[in-house]
Design a protein around this ligand. Structure first.
Ligand code: SF4
Length: 458
């Protein structure tokens, strides 16, 4: 029996979400919080709503420390105006403050003025809420007393919770798991492949049919491909004060001209990762994998698998599902937000997911798949999050390319090993990441107060 105490109930489509960059926890999460608060406002009786004269959003913790560079203020207002991350036009959040006043009205019966930068308060970095990325949305009356208030937590990967939140009711997965070990045990005991297990669970959890799940996966793959394509052609400077110029197009052009197949392969993998990470930095639409800041790793691996290594749709879909399982485990047992555990939880986990995706697509046994993920994660342990100036650019963009290369190498090493001689399990590496993240000084958890952020002038 593959015993499980608390099965993972996250859907693949909650982990992988299309949305605008640059940050899942600082952009997509706050936008979702704004949208949720708008729904709460819409559910208020007219008389109550009519008492509200001012709307405020207080940003705390890492959202306050790096929210300006991440566009958190713009993202939360975009959500309050009724835009959802998955359907929001690319680059709309970046320009929300310059929209005409009539387009910044709540259009509810609360007599609040058009939304703008004055609605957002960059509050305390140190606080006592359970998650660093905390934001408090309030509708205030004429005496500044809250008519309605909700404390939100952006817990990484674009997921949000709030004070008093409880997990939504879900269907029961037929193959419950909460570790890589239980997944391997299930695969052996039931004689099923990892993608078959994850497909059955996804259908039960989300209520989608097999065809709908496959269509959903294909949609995610298409968004990733488009981000690679856009980013590989775009040139010029990225937004913000750092004056970082886009390099993906140059890297792709150079790789295309290379005769040596190894250099060409590495050059293309770099170019694809840069392309998506640069699109993300520019506020373009990417897929969280597991986060915005690390979205280039999986998209690069997927593109190289399809375009260079010749994998077909079935192998890619199966790999994507297995990558999701690695993301679920990291989220459950450690964290996937830079503000909670550092960059090991973002690029480190993305690298582990990409290694698992490739190993699965190559048809390796579950033990090899998870060993590949473990090797990729192990060599990101301790990686800090120190974005210069609060922009998801330095070190984030190059770091995506390094994460993709490590993922490829991790798969090579895992495939060459005798699986039963591999000494560290993925579950152990994830636990180590969680403990390391807990002990990590707050300076290195997306506050831009330490590391490169402190040593590089903006
Ligand atoms: S350093 Fe890593 S965790 Fe931090 S913002 Fe950049 S990609 Fe995200």
């Amino acid at each position: 029996m593959c015993a499980v105490e608390r099965p993972i109930l996250t859907s693949i489509f909650e982990l992988f979400k299309p949305g605008p960059g640059p940050s899942s926890s600082h952009t997509i999460g706050p936008m979702s919080a704004g949208l949720d608060f708008r729904a709460l406002l819409e559910s208020l009786p007219e008389a109550e709503l009519g008492r509200g004269v001012r709307l405020t959003v207080r940003l705390l913790g890492s959202l306050s420390a790096t929210g300006k560079g991440h566009g958190t203020d713009r993202a939360v207002l975009t959500g309050l105006l009724g835009y959802a991350p998955a359907s929001c036009p690319a680059h709309l959040p970046a320009g929300v403050f310059s929209m005409p006043e009539r387009d910044r009205l709540l259009r509810l019966s609360a007599p609040v003025p058009p939304l703008g930068p004055e609605n957002v308060i960059f509050d305390r970095v140190e606080h006592t809420h359970p998650f660093s990325n905390t934001l408090i949305c309030s509708l205030l009356d004429a005496q500044d007393a809250p008519v309605l208030e909700r404390v939100y937590y952006s817990v990484g990967g674009g997921f949000i919770q709030w004070e008093g939140w409880s997990a939504p009711e879900r269907g029961k997965p037929p193959y419950p798991f909460d570790s890589a070990e239980t997944l391997c045990c299930l695969a052996e005991e039931k004689g099923l492949s990892l993608p078959s297990i994850l497909m059955a669970n996804e259908m039960a959890l989300s209520g989608k049919s097999r065809v709908e799940v496959m269509e959903g996966l294909d949609m995610l793959i298409e968004v990733m491909r488009r981000a690679v394509d856009r980013g590989s052609r775009a040139e010029g400077l990225l937004p913000g004060e750092l004056k970082v110029y886009r390099k993906a197009a140059r890297l792709a052009g150079r790789a295309d001209r290379m005769d040596d197949p190894l250099n060409r392969f590495l050059g293309l993998l770099n170019a694809y990762a840069f392309a998506v990470a640069e699109e993300n930095a520019a506020g373009g639409i990417i897929v969280t994998a597991p986060t915005c800041g690390s979205a280039g790793v999986m998209a690069a691996m997927l593109t190289i698998m399809e375009g260079y290594l010749g994998f077909g749709p079935e192998a890619v879909r199966g790999g994507l599902m297995v990558a999701a399982a690695v993301g679920f485990l990291a989220k459950r047992h450690a964290g996937i937000a830079g503000a909670e555990v550092g960059c090991q939880g973002e690029v480190g986990v993305a690298s582990a997911m990409a290694a698992a995706m490739l190993a699965q697509a190559r048809g390796y046994a579950p033990a090899v798949v998870f060993n590949a993920a473990e090797i990729a994660l192990e060599h990101h342990l301790g990686l800090t999050c120190d974005p210069v100036g609060g922009y998801v650019q330095i070190p984030c963009i190059e770091r995506n390319a390094m994460g993709a290369l490590k993922a490829y190498n991790a798969c090579l090493v895992a495939a060459a090993e005798e699986t039963d001689k591999h000494r560290v399990s993925l579950d152990q590496a994830i636990r180590a990441m969680g403990e390391t993240g807990q002990d990590m000084n707050a300076k290195y958890k997306e506050t831009s107060q330490g590391g490169l952020a402190a040593s590089v002038d903006c």
